[in-house]
Design a protein around this ligand. Structure first.
Ligand code: SF4
Length: 349
């Protein structure tokens, strides 16, 4: 266990305050951030424009790495999934997804998840703990180093293990570093935080950081959604979608992304497709359809191609923007809903 505080847990304004409290010039925080987040240098000895005293201070007082790489699996489609080890010997997963025009990194926010969604491998492993903001940020640093040849991903999605809004403060702090021009410098529209619908925290997230919101919807009736996403019993569809309609930050801003995992015989009927547009009325929406990625612990399977075609046809011309998302990295269990499989198998072993 590393007892020194994690420097990456502080967004830049807080790091400046911290340096000032220690009697250091505030601009030194900007210099340190540039070394770590822009140049990928985490050893203070390599931060050559800092004084020897400050380098020694950083080395002695702060931990600059929160995660170590345990293993990286590469998919035949170029996707890479890493298992990263925390200081208390737990594993967390991140997925690097290269595409023609962008590179997306999917990060985790918790180890395990308490939400117990029935189609999701992470949900079946239970909850261990929240990740710190340093551990969230370090997924970007480690993946950039081991998979990206030093390149920062163009997009970051909070869709890995865990429910981000149940770790809101750490997520916000990590996002602030991602979108700070003096840290990673990503455009806010290139950062997406996904939730299964922790209704009271959605507004708080969007007020604190101007990023994209994704909702894991997965059903058009409360009966089916409660089976797939148990949190729906506490915040049913009307409460979730009504709350979104009531948020200025939603109705006046970018569209909300609705993730919809298509599961054979569960939520893939033409009636489901016909219900969707009315359900999402009044919310600027984009719907991502994702055929279920099967895994051994799940009774669910993806629909046949013809059923997916019928679902799409029933949605056509109904005013919704719909994309069918091809899963990435299913051969390494890196696809949506599959995270945690190998990690859990390795832990058991
Ligand atoms: S889908 Fe998301 S919220 Fe649900 S169990 Fe999996 S990780 Fe948790």
């Amino acid at each position: 266990m590393n007892a020194r505080p994690q420097l990456k847990s502080l967004a830049l304004d807080r790091l400046r305050d911290q340096f000032a409290a220690e009697g250091l010039p505030r601009y030194r925080a900007d210099q340190v951030a540039a070394w770590i987040y822009q140049r990928g240098v985490e050893d203070p000895r390599g931060m050559t424009d800092l004084s020897h005293e400050l380098r020694a201070h950083l080395q002695g007082s702060w931990a600059l790495r929160a995660l170590e790489v345990e293993r990286v699996d590469y998919s035949s489609d170029g996707t890479a999934k890493a298992a990263l080890r925390t200081h208390d010997d737990l594993l967390v997963e991140a997925v690097w997804i290269p595409e023609e025009d962008r590179t997306t990194l999917c990060v985790s926010t918790q180890i395990g998840c308490a939400m117990a969604c029935s189609f999701c491998a992470t949900g079946s492993m239970g909850f261990a703990r929240n990740l710190t903001s340093a551990e969230i940020v370090d997924q970007v640093c480690r993946m950039r180093e081991v998979v990206g040849s030093g390149r920062t991903p163009s997009n970051v999605v909070f869709m890995g293990m865990g429910e981000p809004l149940l770790n809101l403060d750490a997520v916000v702090e990590a996002v602030r570093l991602l979108i700070d021009p003096k840290a990673f410098g990503l455009a806010p529209r290139r950062v997406t935080v996904s939730t299964v619908g922790v209704v009271p925290r959605i507004g708080a997230l969007l007020e604190r950081v101007p990023i994209n919101l994704a909702i894991s919807l997965h059903a058009t009736t409360d009966e089916v959604r409660s089976r797939l996403v148990p949190l729906n019993r506490r915040y049913p569809l009307e409460a979730l979608l009504g709350a979104l309609r009531g948020l200025d930050s939603v109705t006046r801003r970018r569209p909300v992304f609705f993730e919809y995992t298509l599961i054979a015989g569960v939520n893939d009927s033409v009636e489901d497709a016909r219900r969707l547009p009315a359900l999402l009325a009044g919310i600027p929406s984009k719907v991502n359809l994702i055929p279920m990625n099967p895994h051994p612990d799940s009774p669910y399977a993806p629909p046949e191609a013809a059923v997916i075609d019928d679902f799409l046809a029933a949605l056509a011309g109904r005013g919704l923007t719909v994309t069918l998302r091809r899963s990435r990295g299913p051969d390494i269990q890196a696809a949506c809903g599959q995270l945690a499989l190998r990690t859990r198998a390795a832990s058991a072993a």
